[in-house]
Ligand binder design. Structure first.
Ligand SMILES: [Zn+2]
Length: 315
């Protein structure tokens, strides 16, 4: 790793804010995974208790004909039709977009996570459990499934912030923004006062956001960065890992937006150019993102490939 590049990046306060905000999302994800996993199992159990006909002995008879695509799903068998009805009855966004393409309906009777994915954003077909999901996927599930009793406005506020982080083309946020983010996260976490692992993370997030976020960059000597005292203290490789994860999520989001044609190809190209410019000066990050960049380039070079769907590894 090229330490001088990292040091230069972190000299920019707004970039550092952006990475801090991303670090919060990772902490949020980590503290939600266990809770969400347990609740999804409970939700599935409740569904089967209420409608025993949906249980493990029910089998899809439609085979490949019961395959959803993106937001479309026309069940071809009784079991899938009943499941679809039941999922929608618990969906808070039942009149809006439901990303059926995330799911394998044939697995609904036996796999709670396949059910959970009907309450999540697009592009999660290959995710097998909460440990594979990012914060926004888990937040959307909490928001869209009525099994979760929370103040939904507090959830959507955090989702909105997350989108602002990911869509920031400059990869910068102001300190005022960061303070507001902290408040919104606190409001959200306060909804889970009886879940110790969620309560616990708040102190860590607060400490992270309010600290100067000292980063230990060893000069000549290779002291171990993890042996630290008080305060939030990360080694350069930890910071680098966070940056990498954030950038991957950002590029993946750009990919999904391009694939769904939510943004014009010219706009994708413009955003891509900004990322490329940023990476030009930061070889340490560039090397880890070659695949993601190439994937995005394919849109730019062959925009008509979009419609054929031949590039989709997601569905
Ligand atoms: Zn079926």
């Amino acid at each position: 790793m090229v330490l001088s590049e990292l040091a230069a990046r972190l000299n920019c306060a707004e970039y550092k804010n952006w990475v801090k905000a991303g670090h919060c999302l990772l902490l949020l994800r980590a503290c939600l995974q266990g809770f969400v996993g347990r609740e999804v199992i409970a939700f599935h159990r409740n569904l089967l208790a209420a409608v025993p006909g949906l249980g493990p002995r029910a089998a899809c008879r439609g085979g490949s004909r019961c395959s959803p695509r993106a937001r479309q799903f026309q069940p071809q068998c009784q079991v899938c039709a009943e499941w679809k009805r039941e999922i929608l009855s618990h969906h808070t966004n039942r009149n809006g977009d439901v990303h059926w393409g995330n799911c394998q309906p044939g697995r609904w009777p036996v796999d709670p996570w396949e059910v959970a994915k009907a309450f999540m954003p697009r592009g999660l077909a290959d995710k097998r459990g909460p440990e594979d999901c990012d914060a926004v996927a888990l937040l959307n599930l909490i928001n869209s499934c009525d099994h979760f009793t929370v103040n939904r406005k507090k959830v959507t506020e955090v989702i909105k912030c997350r989108n602002e982080i990911m869509h920031s083309s400059e990869m910068k946020v102001s300190s005022v923004w960061l303070q507001e983010f902290q408040m919104k996260i606190q409001n959200f976490l306060n909804e889970f006062k009886n879940i110790p692992e969620i309560v616990e993370v708040y102190a860590r997030i607060e400490e992270l956001l309010t600290s100067d976020w000292a980063v230990h960059i060893p000069e000549e000597d290779q002291r171990d960065g993890s042996a630290c005292g008080a305060g939030v203290y990360l080694s350069e490789s930890q910071v680098n890992e966070i940056e990498m994860e954030l950038l991957k999520e950002k590029l993946h989001e750009m990919y999904l937006q391009a694939e769904e044609q939510e943004v014009l190809p010219e706009e994708t190209a413009r955003r891509l150019e900004l990322v490329r410019e940023f990476l030009r000066d930061n070889e340490d990050l560039r090397n880890g993102l070659t695949d993601e960049m190439q994937r995005l380039d394919s849109f730019h070079v062959q925009p008509h490939k979009l419609n054929s769907g031949s590039s989709g590894g997601d569905t």
